[in-house]
Design a protein around this ligand. Structure first.
Ligand code: MG
Length: 400
């Protein structure tokens, strides 16, 4: 891994738009532009060290702006941006990094992906800068009149960070200083020395704060939640699935109760309650999803209150427990397993009855039937079995 130092250039003296402070010390959403810019590089895994180039007589402002940030000592800036950068680079000479990223403190909204792209490009070239293609048509004008249109096809707007291999950039700055060449950014200094500078995509949000409008726009960009942040709140509800199973044997009678519907038959089902296997299996499925025991614990067969009881009481009780937990039943599915009676003619009535008991729309309730191909106790006509599944949705506040 190359050793990488970020230099945050914050040595400007310009006091903009009526404020008393140099703009790098203005506040954006509770943090100075300088502090926010420095933090973007401190938080970036490719950056080892962050140092700020500032004016020595701004030291009080500097200390307040970077309080709590793990920065290496600041470097005294010069009269121009170019001179400040040259001094910043010279201050690194004791322990020279492999790569240096130079960034304007007035671009506080630089994002990690832009920094990634600049660093990655330095594998291939001695210099790489964030930039965005010009999309507006450009006019050359004087006296308020257009004097022609400029071909924008090859034009890019330079941003920062601008990244370089340390040694050749130092040499380029030394040469520019010796020749008295003036440049508005480090890429221009590098170009004067013949270094290749790659253009990598920056971000339209990585704006340079120069006017009060820029500051307002930066506030608006920060106020807008990202899609991820919006999805993160409120917390997602919890989804739970429970299953149930029940069997009752045939005995004397003229009908069987299945899913809350009396189905005429030449036998009945034997049980302590009305022996409705469908309602019992579904009640257990709901209790299972709540991890709240089983139907026998809530309605013991030893309790005479439940003798001959309508099993709808059990299902309603389980549904009430779901509501008490801040949840709702999203779906219920019952499968009845028997050779006889035929379930098909009664299926719609069962679906309607279950939906009514659970206060659900019928399209959330399923009743199915199958045989076991005359195998086993259901195949021999000794009884009826039922299995069920229930899906619950429980608000995060109701869980845990
Ligand atoms: Mg039962």
């Amino acid at each position: 891994m190359p050793r990488t130092t970020a230099l945050i250039v914050a040595a400007g003296r310009a006091v903009r738009f009526g404020a008393d402070l140099p703009k790098q010390y203005l506040t954006l959403a509770g943090e100075t532009l300088l502090g926010r810019s420095a933090r973007a590089f401190l938080d970036h895994p490719a950056v080892d060290t962050v140092r700020v180039v500032r004016q020595p007589d701004h030291d009080d402002l500097y200390r307040a702006a970077v309080a709590g940030l793990d920065l290496a000592p600041p470097i005294d800036g010069g009269a121009t941006r170019q001179e400040s950068c040259r001094r910043g680079l010279a201050a690194l000479a004791d322990q020279p990094p492999d790569l240096v990223l130079i960034h304007d403190a007035a671009r506080p909204l630089v994002d990690a992906a832009t920094i990634d792209r600049v660093v990655a490009a330095l594998d291939r070239t001695p210099g790489a800068i964030a930039a965005i293609p010009v999309v507006d048509t450009l006019k050359r004008g004087s006296d308020g009149t257009s004097r022609g249109t400029v071909d924008r096809r090859d034009l890019w707007q330079a941003q920062t960070p601008q990244g370089f291999h340390y040694a050749p950039l130092c040499a380029a700055h030394a040469r520019a200083a010796a020749e008295g060449a003036e440049a508005t950014d480090d890429a221009a200094v590098a170009e004067l020395a013949g270094l290749t500078v790659a253009l990598v995509l920056g971000s339209p949000d990585n704006l340079k704060i120069t006017t009060a409008d820029d500051l307002s726009r930066a506030h608006r960009l920060l106020a807008m939640p990202t899609p991820d942040a919006a999805a993160a709140s409120p917390p997602a509800p919890e989804v739970r699935v429970g299953t149930g199973f029940d069997v009752h044997r045939f005995g004397p009678g003229a009908a069987v109760w299945l899913c809350g519907v009396a189905v005429p038959h030449d036998q009945g089902l034997v049980g302590h309650s009305d022996a409705d296997v469908g309602l019992h299996a579904l009640t257990d499925a709901i209790l299972g999803a709540l991890a709240a025991g089983d139907i026998g614990q809530h309605f013991p067969p030893s309790d005479p209150r439940w003798r001959g009881c309508d099993s709808a009481v059990f299902l309603r009780h389980a549904a009430g427990m779901v509501r008490a937990r801040g949840g709702r039943i999203a779906h219920a599915d019952v499968t009845l397993i028997c050779e006889r009676p035929k379930i098909g003619p009664h299926r719609a009535a069962m679906q309607t009855r279950l939906a009514g008991l659970l206060d659900l729309s019928p399209d959330r309730v399923s009743v199915k039937a199958t045989t076991t191909e005359r195998l086993g106790f259901t195949g021999r006509g000794e009884g009826i079995a039922a299995q069920a599944a229930a899906t619950l949705v429980i608000d995060a506040a109701g869980t845990g």
